[in-house]
Design a protein around this ligand. Structure first.
Ligand code: CP3
Length: 318
């Protein structure tokens, strides 16, 4: 998840003087940051240090990540004309070269530890573009999909294309798993998700369908959408902290491996409370045919790194 590194002093030290997206596009720096939590915590996989808006920046969109805020656009994409101008931008392999180089360097240093590549889902990216930045209820994006479905479709086709290219570049450079983050899909009704979002997510995942890679599909607040998110075509469904994994397994039908879902809030609770929660997550995960243990959303930056190491040790012991 995002912010994984922010709890690490060695991450904060490396980032001094370098803006977030510039750090993502520096292959040596991105690779070193990716390796830090693997070295410190002994996790079973690394997640590539990048961001879901990197392909937007590489395609020429005016976007930056403001500390404490999130991705902010120079201008919101609201009208049919705005979308027409946006969709003229293309994301070339040349532009993606720093991403491919960052992944290749990382994979070379990871040895047998696999690297997870990732991308934002077309809806979450479109929501940032239409709102111009972070939003609580994604009202402008949800209005657009109904007010002008054709423009919405053109927009999400484009976000699917660029995010798919970003994901594919990471897999071609050596990532062994590919995760699609639809962080804000939980703002949608099942009907809107199915009609206006799922086709674009399926296209994004299809960009790696011919490659030897497993895919994970994650969103937050997606209890009602889990089966629809599986149907989009991912191998594994990621579950946030709001739904117990045995319940999630029933909702997705039992045949699908799950990823999740330690509640980030409990990382700051007394150890016995956190330990009981981690044991409960692992026990409930047995309801799925396979379980990738992780957090149900991002690591709070204030987390004590020693607690994360202890959680990893506990999970390994189980
Ligand atoms: O944690 C990691 O280093 C893994 C790499 C990663 C990042 N972003 C780095 C990052 C991943 C997988 C992401 C995905 C991401 N980015 C998502 C999807 C997952 C999720 O959390 O829902 C989303 C929605 C974003 C957009 C984004 N980027 C937000 C909302 C923020 C937080 C802004 C803030 O300061 O509160 C970011 C910034 C970001 N992306 C950071 C990191 C390490 C923090 C940058 C910093 O200040 O050091």
């Amino acid at each position: 998840m995002r912010q994984a590194g922010r709890s690490l002093p060695e991450y904060r030290e490396l980032r001094v003087g370098t803006a977030m997206l510039e750090a993502c596009l520096d292959p040596a720096l991105a690779s070193e940051i990716t390796l830090q939590p693997v070295r410190r915590h002994g996790v079973d996989a690394a997640i590539f240090f990048s961001d879901i808006v990197v392909p937007l920046r590489l395609a020429g969109v005016d976007v930056e990540i403001k500390p404490g805020v999130g991705p902010v656009m120079g201008a919101a994409v609201r009208t049919a004309d705005d979308v027409a101008r946006l969709t003229e931008l293309t994301l070339t392999d040349e532009a993606l070269a720093p991403v491919a180089e960052g992944v290749a360097r990382t994979v070379a240093q990871l040895g047998s530890t696999p690297l997870i590549g990732f991308a934002g889902a077309p809806f979450t990216l479109a929501a940032y573009l239409v709102e111009g930045g972070p939003s609580r209820d994604h009202l402008a994006a949800r209005t657009l999909m109904h007010a002008d479905p054709q423009t919405w479709q053109a927009l999400t086709r484009w976000t699917a294309e660029v995010t798919g290219a970003f994901l594919r570049a990471q897999v071609l450079a050596g990532a062994s798993a590919a995760q699609l983050f639809d962080s804000w899909a939980g703002a949608l009704s099942l009907a809107d998700y199915t009609a206006h979002v799922a086709p674009a997510s399926a296209r994004a995942l299809a960009s790696v369908a011919d490659l030897d890679v497993r895919t994970v599909h994650f969103g937050t607040g997606t209890g009602e959408l889990l089966a629809a998110m599986r149907d989009v075509g991912a191998d594994v469904v990621g579950v946030d902290y709001r739904i117990p994994l045995d319940d999630a397994a029933r909702r997705v039908g039992g045949g699908t491996p799950l990823q999740g879902n330690i509640d980030p809030a409990l990382l700051a609770a007394p150890w016995p409370v956190l330990e009981a929660h981690v044991r409960d997550v692992v026990a409930r995960g047995k309801a799925a045919p396979a379980h990738v243990v992780n957090l149900g959303h991002g690591v709070p930056p204030s987390t004590d790194p020693a607690v994360l190491t202890r959680v990893v040790e506990l999970v390994h012991s189980l």
